[in-house]
Design a protein around this ligand. Structure first.
Ligand code: ZN
Length: 196
């Protein structure tokens, strides 16, 4: 329907908790169309409703790389049922133009949500793939959590944010992910062990 303006980092509404959708009305259908139009126009992999100024529990993801492999998935009122494991990767966000930081994510995620017709579905992703990470990233937006809150290195993240003219990390939002960090470090050590 239309390409909407992205709410940028620094705006208070990105820190608000979004509200449940009570009815999949015409308004919600248009919101979902706008999310896809806006996301595709910016070559994004995912977009959450609060990023276009609607604090509702809706996000869309498409990890397809071209038209042939398009795989749009709409999540309404999602619930994370289970997470396991830890990985790290560089992540960005359409609300943070050109800023990528090293963040912690779970390897496995199981999520329940409603589709655009109001039908419940469950998705389980087990390999720390782009889809697994995107689900966690977009779900966070509904909670007012941003990817930089998962930063492994606050000082590196601050440097990147400042370079892009964005506000530095607010320590109050940094998440305590000690166990995830330990798991990431152990994985790295195991990978670096010479094979003998
Ligand atoms: Zn984002």
């Amino acid at each position: 329907m239309s390409i909407r303006k992205i709410v940028k980092y620094g705006s208070k509404s990105l820190r608000e908790k979004s509200k449940e959708v009570h009815k999949i009305s015409k308004k919600i259908q248009i919101l979902v169309e706008d999310l896809y139009d806006t996301m595709y126009s910016l070559n994004g992999v995912g977009l959450a409703a609060p990023q276009i100024g609607e604090n509702l529990r809706v996000f869309v993801i498409d990890t397809g790389v071209d038209q042939k492999s398009m795989n749009p998935i709409t999540f309404i009122n999602p619930k994370i049922l289970k997470t396991e494991g830890a990985i790290n990767s560089y992540e960005g966000c359409l609300s943070f133009p050109d800023a990528y930081t090293n963040v912690r994510r779970h390897k496995y995620v199981k999520v329940k949500a409603l589709d655009i017709k109001g039908r419940p579905f469950i998705i389980e992703v087990n390999d720390g793939s782009l889809l697994a990470r995107a689900i966690q990233h977009e779900f966070d937006h509904l909670e007012g959590i941003l990817f930089i809150d998962h930063s492994r290195n606050r000082f590196e993240a601050d440097k990147i944010l400042t370079e892009k003219g964005l506000n530095p990390i607010d320590a109050n939002y940094l998440l305590d992910e000690k166990e995830m960090e330990e798991e990431i470090q152990n994985t790295v050590q195991n990978e670096e062990k010479p094979v003998d």
